[in-house]
Each structure stands twice: as C-alpha cells, then as structure tokens.
Write a protein that binds this ligand. Structure first.
Ligand SMILES: Cc1cc2nc3c(=O)[nH]c(=O)nc-3n(C[C@H](O)[C@H](O)[C@H](O)COP(=O)(O)OP(=O)(O)OC[C@H]3O[C@@H](n4cnc5c(N)ncnc54)[C@H](O)[C@@H]3O)c2cc1C
Length: 451
C-alpha cells in the first residue's frame, strides 16, 4: 500500500506532491488528462503568449512569491504594468474608467468616488454618507444585499456585479459576502464604513504591482513543479472512478485497474470529489455536491497592430449584466504584461460567463470567435479583422461560494476527520486563487507528515 495517493494534477495536486516530497514522503498522483496543470495552461501561438486560464496571481498573497522562490524561479517573476493599470466598465455602451486605486469596490482616494462618470449623483451621495456608518455585525448575506446596503443598487450593477463576474462567474445575488469580500465585512464590523476601512488600511506603497506572473506564463509554474516532484511522485495517467475504505486506508478504482493508499488527497473540484466518495461517505458527498460550480469560456483573438485604432490604455474592461452583452470581461494583454505579444500584434482575451458560456460550450470555435469579435468591436469600437483566435472551455471549474458556504464548509470540515486518511484540496473550500490552492495543499501535506 502506498503512503499517499493524490487525485488531480492541477496546481492543488502538484503543490501537494511538492510539499510531501519536501518532507521525503513519496506519492502517486492520478491525472486523467494527457497534460498536467488543470485550468493552468499557457500556449505560444504565432509569437503570442496565450493564457488559457489564469494569467497571474494577486501580489498581496505574499506566500505565493515565497513558494515560487523556493521552487527556484523567482528570477522569472514579473509584475503587471501598474503605471498603466486602468480598468473600464461599460456604461450605456461606453467604456468608463473605474476610479483609480479602487480596492474591489471602494476607492482608497474617496474624492475619486465623487467625480467618476460610472454612477450618478444619488450613488455619490450614498457613498459620502457611508463614511459615517456605525459598526455593525450581521449574519452572512449576499454580496448584492451587502453592497446595496452600503452604496445602493447602482453600485451593485456597475461595480460589484461586473468586478465579481470575471472572478466567480456568478451573480452577486447568490455570492456570500463573508466568503467573497471578507475584508469589507470585517471593516463593516470594525468601522461601520467600508470606505473608512479601506482608507485607514490603504496601501502605502502603491508602486508595488497588483498582479504577479511568470515570464513564460503560468504554465511554467506547472512545468517547474512537474520537474521538482519527479523524484518523489509517480504520475499515473488515468481517471480515478471511485473510492472505498479498506483497512488502514483507501482503495481507488481506476480505469483498468486499482490502487490503494493510506492517505488520499482529492485535489479536484468538489462536485467530482462528491462523485468519487458517494458510496464510501454519502453524507459528506451530499455536502460537497452542494458547492455550486460555474463554467467559463476564454476566447483569445489576435489582430494586426497596424490599423487597430484603439489606444489600449489600460488592462481591459468589464461588461455589467445590465448592459446586455455576452462578454463578462476582456483583458488587453499588450498593456497588462510586457513581452507577451509581438509589437505588430494586438491580443485580446475575452471571458464569457453565465448563459453566454453555456451557449459557447456547445457552439463551434468559429461561432464563438466570430460572436466574440463582433462584441469586442461593439464595446471597443475598433476596426480590423483577427489573424487568429483560440477558444478554451472550462467546464464547472470555478466554485461559486454562495451564501451559506461558510456553514457548509464547517460541516464538511467536521465530517472529514471521521474518514481517516481522506483530505480535500482544491479550489472549492477556502479560496479559489492559485495562492489559496497552494496554501491549502501545504497544510494538508503538513498534516500528513505530522500525524
Ligand atoms: C478562466 C479562468 C481564469 C482564472 N484566473 C485566475 C487568475 O488570474 N489568478 C488566480 O489566482 N486564479 C485564477 N483562476 C482560478 C484558478 O486557476 C483555479 O482555482 C486553480 O487553478 C484550481 O486548481 P486545482 O488544482 O484545484 O483544480 P483544477 O485546475 O481544476 O485541476 C484538477 C485536475 O484534476 C483532474 N481530475 C479531475 N477529476 C479527476 C479524476 N476523477 N481522476 C483523475 N484526475 C481528475 C483534472 O483533469 C484537472 O487536471 C482562474 C480560473 C479560470 C477557469
């Protein structure tokens, strides 16, 4: 019997294998795709570096930089071009800049909130009055309710919804405020006002980039991990079909075989973990199955630079649901990071979420690219025909963290110890960003190493 089996070769599974290897604990990792990385995939197409999934991580999650340094690739870390950081939001068909230095939805320079064209005088007045709210502690509520209470409905439609749609692909009416914006909920409890909290805790070193990435793209993190785990982790290609308990551990039913291990780390989406453990632990499986996931589609389109009549003066734009588009967001890759696009090209990365992503899941690549091109032209107003495009579909890859997620997570965490040797990694629990996945896997490896 092996000591540890890991199911899933995304960042969660690979980082778990790495942290185990650091403690000289060997493992076997099962991945059903022909490549490692899960939603992390970088492609080099016609001289452009195209990220199929994540393109960076949040710099404030400082342990990620330490992890990357430990892997020996600190010299490959690059920051986003923050001197040109500006995000636009479509309002009545036009791109309006988000106030500079916006922390999610509250500007660190309050006067900017009062001069923006993104929302009207009534919302500005609410923002001014929000400064004087008294501290309060409330039970979990939706992001929409939370934001509406502080800033009004217009802020839900033109700030919270478009900003969060790109990350969670879910409407603010269902997302849990405690899970999705814990810092702001903390400010409400401590100061009463989010604006006051943001102002008091503002970044005093604003020149640090907001996003970090790797020169060769996020895929180079996966390549590095693949090399670093080679001595301690055997990678097995194939789908794990089910799990059952045996004396001292777990039996894994595989496509054409089986395996057993003392510990099993499920580094897969919660809905897939639910499917695997359904017969061994039906109640836990029931809880895991309640964690909703959304699908997303990323369409990257490249254009010749000559004749592309748009300044790309920012990192991209967001499309609020209220504007009735099929895109949730678009990244202007040329501006966000250096050296990803040759100087004679423009690369736009568009994100489809919600119903548009569901339609695109079954449409042909040609249809998705042609619809996306038409919509990009509508919102950005440029002329030009794409020279190439690429579509990536991510089926039920992003957890939704709906209202009640915290309570569900507590029930899950209480049930797992009754199943010795079972560990839940991945993005379904306490954070969906790459750094959160790495940190959860590190904790699991530490727990296995010190029983
Ligand atoms: C479009 C998009 C953009 C994103 N942008 C960012 C960003 O900019 N920054 C950021 O920090 N995060 C971003 N994220 C989120 C982040 O990428 C993910 O949360 C994270 O990569 C999840 O990693 P994971 O290893 O937990 O899961 P996954 O990447 O989903 O990997 C799970 C792996 O398990 C395998 N698997 C599943 N079931 C089985 C089975 N039964 N047997 C064997 N193998 C199995 C799958 O094939 C897959 O390889 C983005 C996500 C998406 C989809």
């Amino acid at each position: 019997m092996n000591k540890v089996a890991i199911v899933g070769g995304g960042i969660s599974g690979l980082s778990a294998a790495y942290f185990l290897g650091r403690k000289s604990i060997p493992c076997r990792l099962f991945e059903h795709r022909s490549r490692l990385g899960g939603t992390i995939l970088t492609e080099n197409l016609h001289g452009c570096l195209v990220e199929a999934g994540p393109d960076s991580w949040l710099a404030e999650k400082s342990w990620m930089l330490a992890f990357v340094a430990e892997l020996g690739i600190a010299d490959q870390v690059i920051g986003s071009n923050d001197s040109r950081r500006r995000t636009y939001v479509v309002r009545k068909g036009r791109n309006v800049p988000l106030p500079d230095s916006l922390r999610l939805l509250a500007p660190t320079k309050p006067w900017q909130a009062l001069t923006t064209r993104l929302y009207g005088p009534a919302t500005k007045l609410r923002m001014a009055l929000e400064w004087f709210r008294r501290p309060s502690s409330q039970s979990d509520r939706s992001v929409a309710d939370f934001v509406r209470e502080h800033f009004g409905q217009e802020a839900v439609e033109y700030l919270a919804q478009p900003i969060l749609a790109g990350v969670y692909g879910s409407p603010p009416e269902t997302l849990s405020a405690r899970r999705v914006m814990p810092r702001f909920v903390g400010y409400e409890r401590r100061y009463g006002s989010i604006l006051r909290g943001v102002y008091k805790n503002r970044n005093r070193n604003p020149r640090k980039p907001l996003f970090l990435s790797l020169r060769g793209g996020m895929g180079s993190l996966i390549e590095t991990l693949d090399r670093r785990v080679a001595d301690t982790c055997e990678i097995v290609r194939g789908r794990v079909r089910d799990l059952s308990r045996v004396a001292n551990g777990w039996h894994l039913g595989l496509e054409g075989g089986s395996a057993s291990a003392e510990h099993v780390i499920l580094a897969i989406p919660a809905h897939e973990a639910a499917r695997l453990i359904n017969s061994a632990a039906p109640r836990l499986a029931g809880l895991l199955a309640q964690i909703g996931y959304t699908s997303s589609v990323v369409a990257a389109l490249a254009y010749p630079r000559s004749g592309f009549d748009h300044a790309l003066n920012g990192f991209g734009f967001l499309v609020p649901r209220a504007e009735n588009g099929s895109l949730a967001a678009c990244t202007w890759v040329n501006t966000k990071f250096d050296s990803r696009v040759p100087s004679d090209r423009v690369l736009l990365r568009a994100f489809l979420a919600g119903e548009a992503a569901e339609r695109a899941a079954t449409a042909s690549d040609e249809t998705v690219l042609s619809d996306t091109n038409a919509e990009l032209r509508k919102w950005m107003g440029f002329g030009g025909t794409p020279t190439f495009g690429r579509v990536h579909r991510w089926d039920r890859a992003m957890p939704r963290y709906e209202v009640g997620h915290g309570q569900r997570l507590r029930e899950i965490e209480a049930r797992v110890p009754t199943l010795p040797g079972l560990h839940l990694a991945g993005n379904g629990y306490d954070g969906l960003g790459i750094p959160d996945c790495v940190r959860r896997s590190e904790r699991i490896a530490a727990a296995i190493a010190t029983p």
